[in-house]
Design a protein around this ligand. Sequence first.
Ligand code: ADP
Length: 394
Amino acid sequence: MKIELRRAAMTYQAPDGEVAALRDATFGVADGEFVSIVGPSGCGKSTLLALIAGIEHPSGGEVLVDGEPVRAPTGKAGLMPQRDQLFDWRTIWGNVTLGLEVRHENTPARRDSVHDLLEQYQLSGFARKLPNQLSGGMRQRCALIRTLATSPDVLLLDEPLAALDLKLRKDMQNELKKIQQAIGITFIFVTHDQEEALSMSDTVVVMDKGEIQQIGSPIDIYNEPKNAFVADFIGESNIFSGTMVGDKKVRFINKVFDCVDDFPKNEKVDVVVRPEDVFLVDEGKGQVDGVISSSIFKGVHYEMVVMVGKTEIVVQDTIERKEGTKCSVIIRPDDIHIMAKEFDANRYTGYITKKNTVCFAGGEFECDVTQLYEGSRLDEEGYLITKEGEKIDL
Ligand code: ADP
């Protein structure tokens, strides 16, 4: 099933004003793709899922399923919620056939396929048991069978593993991935866990504050984060403030480094370096000297903090250097990711007046209206003339 969002937006009316939960979401999901939507709590992930499921209607833009706008909850989508939501008074059989009953599809053929699913997910001996007689992992599998029993074309999963402990979560991650590969339907998987998103998906959609920050393959998102938010949210990152000082040369931590990204000279930039990309060598042998201020064993590697002047650099290495040791740091050009600095901005809805001023926030302000059309100019009467010569009355 193909899903397409075109500038989809969602604004909720809350008692203390409007909440813009989703802005300008544009992306497509191909048939059979495993897409994860990842971002911190409150960034709009569930809202996005609710729009695709047809539970909510976009307040702007469009959501299309197989080319048709979604107007009501679609029978083609199966939703797997965060908690398993099994009914404790119904048997496992009663729970897994619930979707079929509601849809009046409880036919012998369908019941046979539910038997098959129970067998496949090692629950056939539990059909007559009650949910509270099952372990957490079994309950989750039961919830999955209930959803799959209705033969959806797309499975929408809203943090289905969030309530499980770490070991069980890892097992279920593998299980879900295998199921998706076996049945080949589209999975849209919401999670706040970046590791889960990277390890399970074909495509990752990173969200923050109601906006999509980046869409790409897990490897692209990890290696080429588009901005400092993505770099920080997906994996650990050192983020330094830097300035471009020349052709592929950037100054940060008081030192000029070669890099591979080209930005205009004197531009202020964010410099992102992954902890595993910082190499430690003996004092005086690297690009910049520092002192180890802390070291923690993390299972496979040591996570150390190096102080270079007043700046902290987080480093991961399998060889420990003890607190207080003087050392030197090497960062290779390929591992220095330069990003345009993001500025906070106030957003207003406003309008342009006949006098080519702009009104917003209760005031009227001078502005440069030629910014509306690249290459445009104002004529003597104040009309905007576009690059192509079209005359526009604002
Ligand atoms: P996430 O799933 O990423 O945690 P949500 O989509 O649930 O985020 O919420 C996004 C924003 O929209 C939050 O600020 C949340 O408080 C708000 N929100 C969600 N649902 C409603 C609603 N029904 N009414 C008002 N605000 C809502």
